[in-house]
Design a protein around this ligand. Structure first.
Ligand code: ARG
Length: 557
């Protein structure tokens, strides 16, 4: 139900070209009514006093079935609604299907996220692409879109020459099979160290990589094995986070189309020579030149992305192609989109980049392995340990403590990423994140279990629900439940999941506030029934919210 629209329909005063509905806001506190109309914008436009305008509108309002009274306060007009009637109507009409829509029917959204470079450990920054990408995928699905989850693995380049070179020199396939990624990383690091002393090693790496590209029968099978191990390790992390992708084709796969793509770019006169390299000049568009081919003709990150997007468009006929990466890659994607436009691909308009800021831990929380950033696997383990610790005291109370601990761990990680706008940097404060107090995911998950527990205890009675008890706390909840669809739409349009996270947190807080003042199972069948309608609507609303922000719900914890 669109309450703002309903309120606006009761206002008889008419202002040309002004949609009053858009100006109405939710009141900040109960003494200021349920909704308010700030009259300052109107005042400016009409060059009148805001109080005067508020008074004029107040006089024109139809008091009755919806609005109980209205009050002018400063430049605001505050509306006090008929809580009992409105609550009854909202809760009786409540259905989760109100939050879904079919606006996306027949439309396909491709989301490229997660996409790790397999030559390196997944690091904690990958948590952001994984969770933000998944969350958008779920949000789009909620609105009826078909979503394709694409994991564009980084399986191309001289780093793989180094890994295999290192393996040939110091290791063995048995070692790789036994120690997985750890062995591969060791060779890589050792090779790099060697290269720093002896430059023939750079050429060695390039030569090996060339053999990989040429599918040399000696080297290529080793490369395939390396990729298989790297991907398997990455998939372990995806698994822990509960993520699955539809497509794992990466840079090497799409690189096969490079000759025809290069020719196409040449035919369109887009490639120019620059000291032997081939670049696209984008100066006219305020962008630095994009280097597409190195002096030796080798392809680069951007040229492979050109191949990938053309192929993906053929295959998925996407309505949108969204890339979720570190904001540091912003320029790269601006160049890519511009090149697609210049090359005459109309779908460049449907390509979009969602960039995110840093993710970090306070110093010393994770001992660093080689490399600059902490390794994702270590973070997942840390979260799991912390979650197990807080569940320990409750173990005898819950049926499946391991499962609960897993969900708590995952929830804390998702919350850390999604509680702030993705572009902002976030620091994961592990100690705070696993507390039941304050704005944390265990607090949210626990609140949810309270709703479930109330619903389990309720015994259905065949009576007419009585809403006469609806107080400010309850009405606040009902308003939020009612507005949740708009919240989700907003998050989708603004490309900001934190809008939903914040709203779910508010719902939790509002419920706990309500619950301290109101007994739900109060011994009166008729009022209990109405309260249960509220709890149920709240539970269903929260469940959708939790799902989108990648926090698991459970029956007890
Ligand atoms: N592998 C890249 C990285 O780890 C991200 C790839 C993003 N997707 C793409 N199509 N460029 O930074």
């Amino acid at each position: 139900m669109n309450i703002k629209k309903l309120i606006a329909s009761k206002i008889k005063a008419n202002f040309e070209n002004v949609n009053l509905e858009d100006l109405i806001i939710e009141s900040v506190s109960a003494d200021k009514g349920d909704f308010s109309l700030p009259c300052f914008t109107l005042a400016k436009e009409l060059k009148q006093n805001p109080v005067k305008i508020a008074e004029t509108i107040a006089e024109s309002i139809e008091i009755g079935d919806l609005i109980e009274k209205c009050e002018v306060m400063g430049g605001y007009l505050n509306f006090f609604l008929k809580k009992e009637e409105l609550s009854k109507e909202i809760l009786e009409k409540f259905s989760v299907s109100n939050f879904k829509s079919n606006e996306g029917e027949g439309k396909t959204i491709c989301i490229d996220y997660g996409s790790p470079n397999l030559a390196k450990y997944l690091h904690i920054g990958h948590l952001k692409t994984l969770i933000i990408g998944e969350s958008f995928a779920r949000l789009f699905e909620n609105f009826g879109y078909t979503v394709k989850r694409l994991n564009y693995i980084g399986d191309y380049g001289t780093p793989f020459g180094k890994i295999i070179g290192g393996m040939q020199e110091w290791g063995s396939m048995e070692d790789v099979e036994k120690r997985g990624n750890d062995a591969l990383q060791e060779y890589y690091v050792k090779f790099n160290a060697k290269e720093a002393e002896d430059e023939t090693y750079s050429q060695k790496a390039r030569d090996i990589f060339k053999k990989i590209e040429d599918k040399d029968p000696e080297v290529y099978p080793i490369y395939e094995k390396v990729i298989e191990i790297g991907l398997k390790e990455a998939m372990k992390m995806f698994d822990i986070l509960g993520l699955k992708f539809d497509d794992y084709r990466g840079e090497m796969y799409y690189n096969q189309f490079m000759p025809e793509i290069k020719k196409m770019l040449e035919d369109k006169n887009l490639l120019i020579d620059s000291q032997g390299a081939k670049i696209v000049d984008l100066q006219e568009y305020g962008l630095t030149p994009a280097v597409l081919f190195k002096t030796d003709g080798a392809s680069l990150y951007t040229s492979r992305d050109i191949c990938a997007v053309i192929d993906r468009h053929k295959e998925y006929n996407f309505d949108k192609m969204i890339y979720v990466t570190d904001v540091a890659q912003k320029l790269n994607f601006q160049q890519l989109f511009k090149i697609m436009e210049l090359a005459g691909f109309d779908f460049y308009k449907d390509m979009e980049h969602i960039g995110y800021g840093r993710f970090s831990l306070p110093d010393g929380k994770i001992a660093s392995r080689k490399g600059k950033q902490a390794v994702l696997e270590d973070l997942l383990k840390l979260a799991q340990d912390k979650a197990t610790e807080i569940i320990k005291d409750r173990k005898f109370l819950i049926e499946n403590p391991e499962d609960v601990a897993k969900k708590v761990a995952r929830g804390a990680l998702s919350f850390a990423v999604l509680k702030v706008e993705q572009i902002k940097d976030c620091v994961f404060d592990v100690d705070k994140a696993f507390s039941f107090e304050g704005e944390t995911s265990p607090y949210m998950q626990y609140t949810y279990t309270r709703l479930e527990s109330i619903l389990r205890k309720y015994e259905k009675k065949d009576v007419k629900p009585d809403f006469s008890w609806v107080n400010n706390e309850a009405f606040e909840l009902i308003k939020q439940v009612n507005g949740f669809g708009v919240t989700m739409k907003n998050a989708l349009e603004k490309r900001d999941i934190s809008i939903i996270t914040k709203r779910v947190m508010e719902l939790c807080k509002a419920f706990n506030k309500f619950y301290t003042t109101t007994k739900v199972l109060d011994g009166n069948d008729a009022t209990t029934k109405a309260k249960i309608m509220l709890v149920k609507a709240l539970r269903d609303t929260m469940k959708i919210g939790f799902e989108i922000i990648c926090i698991d719900t459970m029956q007890e914890m």
